[in-house]
Write a protein that binds this ligand. Structure first.
Ligand SMILES: Cc1ncc(C[n+]2csc(CCOP(=O)(O)OP(=O)(O)O)c2C)c(N)n1
Length: 568
């Protein structure tokens, strides 16, 4: 069949189940956008290309598959750069398409070319693959290589340049191939490894499951639940894996922040790690809380990238492949020999529940502006069943780790790269992936919220059921705390404060959203309920105590141990 290049690109993406594209169109992309819309795709234009990249990343987190965004030649592509680096560090398989001038223009010896920089070289270190569709008949090989690279080994972003001279070229091509014909799909582990892992699990007395970001982004919760049931053990969340698997909410404990988690880790004789890089926030699986029991503990690691095995710590049984395929193999191997839960498990569950209840009861209350700990408690108490949680901000996020009363099945948070400003675009992307069905809550610091605040218009345009709860101290609160710790109270806090005349609820109204201003504890939950009932995207401006926000972050010392300088 004869197709244009842009049409073929859509065919190839559709073969991977992609039906959503984010970006701001320009001559390079209008044909593609037009046809995508005709074919029933979600074509979503944000207000900044970086947002487009974050939105695509959120789609990939929600679907477990690749996702797509575009940037127009020159400035549009430049704006994608932050999102590309973010996707690299967050291991998100996002395909970034960049427009470009026709190659004849690029190759000329000229000064003063409009909307032109050499793009691909700028991004090469930040992506897994960078290529250009120079000739129309390269379309299949370049797009497939992009998808292959994005999804193989550790997932990550690719950059594909789409210069204007190829867009309208015609190709004579057969039907697009299904993914399994051009890349490895569902790679299982060898049976010897599975048998050895099952033997270790059966022999262990105090096993734990260490569950990371990858379990959630590959949407493997159900099979991990089956495995956790057979192992009858606690689930320890990494800081990137803070979603809760359905049915495991009560026995899932956050690494480092819950005494139950720490006790389970210290006493464990086997750790089965899934979907985690064993990075700095889990102390590479060998520092801090792991030190005590190191000599008695075996490690099984399920990992898609063979080159990651043994890098951060020694592994006894590496199971290389797709965790979506390997976890069911382990479930099958263990199904006739389920373990008995140790009496400790019941105690940890009880103690963790008591810990949460106590935090809710003791979070400082009755203050105006509100104490940030109280804000987290009040907001998360009314987090809707099966909602999607999104996080952004500095101190606000740190208060959230300790005080959150909600156990969401989906959490969007930029943990590895720590890129502020991702919250609102992540919420939009997650909402688009979900078709706007599930309610969403963004809990965010006020400065972070303003990076991409124009995406409120996008959320409102798409009618997303999103309530943004913004902790407003009119400052970059975490950095205020850094000044205080570095120079002492009363020092200059240069560059950390901004106008207290700002009203984010009114900004929201200006975008057609619902807005409320709150400054007392008891008004937080009712305002959130009214916001959901409004049927609009909403912003609750909650005035929080700047002193508490910068000085009283809980478990701050634990958080600082993530930065492993000098302790590796
Ligand atoms: C894009 C980006 N810029 C800067 C930082 C450094 N940083 C981390 S937390 C923080 C302050 C965040 O302020 P806000 O969103 O108001 O949240 P708060 O700390 O007040 O709760 C800054 C500047 C970062 N992580 N990402």
């Amino acid at each position: 069949m004869t197709v244009k290049v842009y049409e073929r690109i859509l065919d190839l993406l559709e073969a991977e189940g992609i039906r959503t594209i984010f970006g701001i169109p320009d001559p390079n992309f209008v044909h593609m956008f037009h046809l995508a819309e005709e074919r029933g795709w979600n074509v979503v234009a944000p207000h900044h290309e970086e947002s487009a990249g974050f939105m695509a990343e959120a789609v990939s987190r929600m679907t477990g598959g690749p996702a797509v965004c575009i940037g127009t030649l020159g400035p549009g592509v430049a704006n994608l750069a932050g999102a590309m680096m973010c996707a690299k560090v967050e291991n998100s398989p996002v395909i970034f398409f960049g427009g470009q001038r026709a190659r004849i223009t690029e190759q000329r010896v000229r000064r003063g070319r409009i909307q032109f920089v050499k793009q691909a070289e700028l991004f090469e270190p930040s992506v897994k693959y960078s290529a250009s569709i120079e000739y129309a008949d390269q379309t299949d090989e370049v797009i497939r290589e992009g998808l292959r690279k994005a999804l193989s080994g550790t997932p990550g972003p690719v950059y594909i340049e789409y210069p204007s001279h190829v867009i309208l070229e015609e190709l004579d091509v057969p039907e697009a191939l299904p993914p399994s014909r051009y890349r490895l799909v569902g790679q299982t582990a060898g049976q010897d490894g599975i048998d050895e892992a099952a033997r270790l699990i059966r022999a262990a007395e105090k096993p734990i499951l260490l569950v990371g970001h990858g379990v959630h982004t590959s949407r493997a919760g159900e099979s991990v639940k089956a495995l956790a049931d057979l192992m009858a053990c606690p689930v320890i969340q990494t800081s990137g894996g803070t979603s809760y698997i359905k049915g495991l909410e009560d026995r899932t404990f956050p690494y480092g922040f819950s005494p139950s988690a720490i006790e389970a880790v210290v006493g464990s004789d086997l750790c089965l790690a899934i979907g985690t890089e064993l990075g700095e926030p889990v102390h590479y699986g060998r520092g801090r809380h792991w030190v005590a029991g190191e000599a008695n503990r075996s490690w099984i690691l399920i990992e898609q990238d063979p080159e990651a095995i043994g890098v951060n710590r020694a592994i006894d049984v590496p199971l290389v492949g797709d965790l979506r395929a390997i976890v069911p193999q382990l479930v099958a191997a263990l199904s006739d020999t389920p373990r008995e839960a140790s009496p400790d498990l019941e105690r940890w569950i009880r103690e963790d529940a008591e810990r949460l209840a106590e935090l809710a009861a003791t979070a400082p209350s009755g203050l105006s502006p509100v104490h940030p700990a109280r804000l987290i408690v009040e907001a998360t108490k009314v987090f809707p069943a099966d909602g999607i949680m999104v996080r952004d901000g500095g101190a606000t996020t740190i208060f959230g780790w300790t005080y959150s009363q909600a156990k969401p099945h989906d959490v969007m948070w930029n943990q590895n790269f720590g890129h502020l400003g991702t919250g609102l675009p992540y919420a939009v992307g997650a909402g688009v992936a979900d078709g706007g069905r599930r309610p969403m809550m963004l809990i965010t610091g006020d400065s972070s919220f303003q990076f991409h605040i124009a995406e409120l218009e996008t959320a409102a345009r798409l009618n997303l059921p999103l309530v943004c709860v913004v902790a407003v101290d009119y400052a970059w609160g975490l950095e205020v705390g850094v000044y205080k710790r570095t120079f002492g109270q009363g020092s200059l806090e240069t560059g950390t404060h901004w106008s207290t005349a700002t009203r984010l609820d009114k900004v929201a109204e200006g975008f057609g959203c619902y807005g409320e201003y709150v400054e007392r504890d008891e008004d937080i939950a009712p305002a959130i309920k009214r916001a959901y009932a409004s049927g609009k995207t909403a912003v609750i401006h909650v005035a929080v105590d700047p002193k508490a926000n910068s000085e009283e972050m809980p478990s701050y010392d634990e958080f600082r141990t993530w930065y492993a300088e000098g302790t590796q």
